[in-house]
Write a protein that binds this ligand. Structure first.
Ligand SMILES: Cc1ncc(COP(=O)(O)O)c(C=O)c1O
Length: 407
């Protein structure tokens, strides 16, 4: 274990990690499972505009970083919302509307196509969904609500940028600011919903609230299943996944464990140095909350509390945890925008590059590579979870420093 400093990196090997040969645990399957992933896949693949996002190869950058291969799942084009989050919140909205309709129509199955066509309008229009968000989750819930015809109210905390608020409002949602950080906005949304009879569509679980975050995570699994289908040649040895509340990481962990079994890659969870709730939870062996402003440029990861359901999967499913400072995230965005010879240029947002940020940090501070079992033979998969979800901020960051051409 290494002491963390802002702008630096830290690593921690998970002593409780399951052995590679261990089958996917029953306790995890009670949360995320193959049936749930298949149901989400069947549903989401039928939505207007669905297309798998590209899995890109970056041999030039792999060479520069001293590893054998680098794969980058590029979520920038997902449903026009520019992040993988489009898969989760919107799917949970669909599921809750379908269940509400089925309660009234004697259990007849409901399709997304019927909702998009305006069938069941009378029932759906009386339902209000709500959530708290750093930006991308709220955009997904608002988009789903608009697509399927219900009302939506989204709570944002003080640090959510104007562009991200506007992007949510663009899908017809009412956007309301809450004082404090992300976790304060989660609690506020829950209180408002209880008082007003709205349904909370949260990407994080809490006591007595499991079903919807499970739907959200099963929706994310569509991305993992795409990767399984797209991966040609030898499988990756490592997957580095960024964590906010841990839902994305748990979905990737479960889908790869189920799909690839003992051939699955080692899972490394990475967070910003100042929003390191998973890292600290791993050190403590139990979920630990981090408070304060959780200030980081990686806005989607500014979460101080890991989702308990995600933790039930990651506690044994993650092999290592890491933290990385903002400086490396900015460098990573620029490295993707101005690529090494032979690599494609990629538009990647601050939160989307967290895994690459860690690799850049490890390149400068190789003493951490051992904790992650990273060697020159490693084949690394990164989850490029967003494109330029705040385009003006993206342009500002890319323009700030000219990048020397990669060696
Ligand atoms: C682009 C992006 N990547 C990753 C994450 C992290 O996902 P989770 O909160 O499920 O860990 C988020 C969360 O908002 C996000 O917006």
């Amino acid at each position: 274990m290494t002491t963390q400093r802002a702008e630096s990196i830290g690593t921690f090997r998970n002593r409780s990690a399951a052995a590679a040969a261990e089958p996917y645990p029953a306790a995890a399957a009670a949360i995320l499972n193959g049936d749930g992933f298949s149901a989400a896949e069947n549903e989401i693949r039928s939505w207007p505009g669905y297309a798998p996002t590209p899995l890109r190869r970056l041999p030039g950058l792999a060479h520069r970083l001293g590893i054998a291969a680098l794969h980058y799942k590029d979520e920038g084009g997902r449903f026009g919302l520019r992040s993988f989050k489009a898969l989760g919140g919107a799917y949970a909205v669909f599921r809750l509307l379908a269940k509400a309709i089925m309660q009234m129509n004697g259990g007849q199955p409901v399709t997304a196509r019927a909702l998009v066509a305006g069938e069941h309008k009378d029932i759906v229009a009386n339902i209000t969904v709500t959530c708290a968000t750093d930006g991308n989750h709220g955009r997904s819930v608002a988009w789903g609500a608009q697509l399927f015809g219900c009302r939506c109210v989204v709570f944002v905390h003080e640090h959510v940028s104007a562009a991200r608020r506007a992007a949510i409002a663009h899908y017809g949602a009412e956007v309301i600011e809450v004082r404090g950080n992300y976790d304060d906005s989660v609690r506020h949304a829950a209180r408002e919903a209880a008082a007003k009879g709205w349904t909370v569509v949260s990407d994080t679980s809490y006591d007595g609230y499991r079903e919807i975050p499970v739907d959200v995570m099963h929706g994310y699994g569509v991305m993992a299943r795409e990767i399984i289908g797209q991966m040609a040649g030898p499988l990756p040895t490592h997957v580095i996944v960024q964590a906010g509340v841990g839902g994305l990481a748990a979905a990737i962990c479960a889908a790869f464990w189920i799909g690839w079994g003992e051939r699955r890659p080692q899972l490394v969870i990475v967070e910003p140095t100042r929003a390191d709730c998973c890292f600290r939870s791993a050190q403590a062996g139990v979920p630990v909350a981090v408070s304060g402003a959780l200030d980081t440029v990686m806005a989607g990861l500014a979460c101080g509390e890991v989702s308990p359901l995600a933790w039930e999967i990651l506690g044994r499913g993650a092999n290592a945890f890491a933290v990385v400072g903002d400086r490396y995230a900015l460098d990573a965005m620029r490295a993707l925008a101005r690529p090494a010879a032979g690599d494609p240029a990629i538009v990647a947002g601050e939160t989307g590059v967290c895994g690459l940020a860690l690799l850049l940090g490890l390149h400068e501070q190789p003493e951490h590579r051992a904790a992650l079992a990273l060697t020159a033979a490693s084949r690394v998969l990164l989850i490029g979870s967003e494109g330029d979800t705040d385009p003006a901020l993206y342009r500002q960051i890319i323009a700030a420093t000219p990048i020397a051409p990669a060696p």
